[in-house]
Design a binder for this molecule. Structure first.
Ligand SMILES: [Zn+2]
Length: 85
């Protein structure tokens, strides 16, 4: 990400990033134009998911398996061992 100075439009440098939350970062920025010298703060927020993470699916699968009793686990194992047509 290349922030721009809101005053002069020159590229700015990110001096510090504070991760407040998985969906909110605060960027402390400084204008790269020596004659401007504007320093400012940007808040970057998560918007929305386009494609779900494979890691999320893995967590969901683990939660489901962890919640199964031994008979249910055996049923899943038998199902997985069946040859696919
Ligand atoms: Zn500037």
């Amino acid at each position: 990400m290349k922030p721009r100075c809101k005053v002069c439009g020159a590229p700015a440098i990110i001096k510090k990033i504070v991760h407040h939350h998985p969906e909110l970062d605060t960027l402390y920025c400084a204008c790269n134009d020596m004659e401007c010298g504007h320093t400012f703060v940007l808040n970057i927020t998560f918007s929305h998911t386009l494609s779900p993470s494979a890691k999320t699916a893995d967590k969901l699968f683990k939660a489901v398996v962890d919640g199964m009793n031994p008979q249910q686990r055996q049923m899943v194992m038998e199902f997985l061992q069946q040859p696919t047509a």
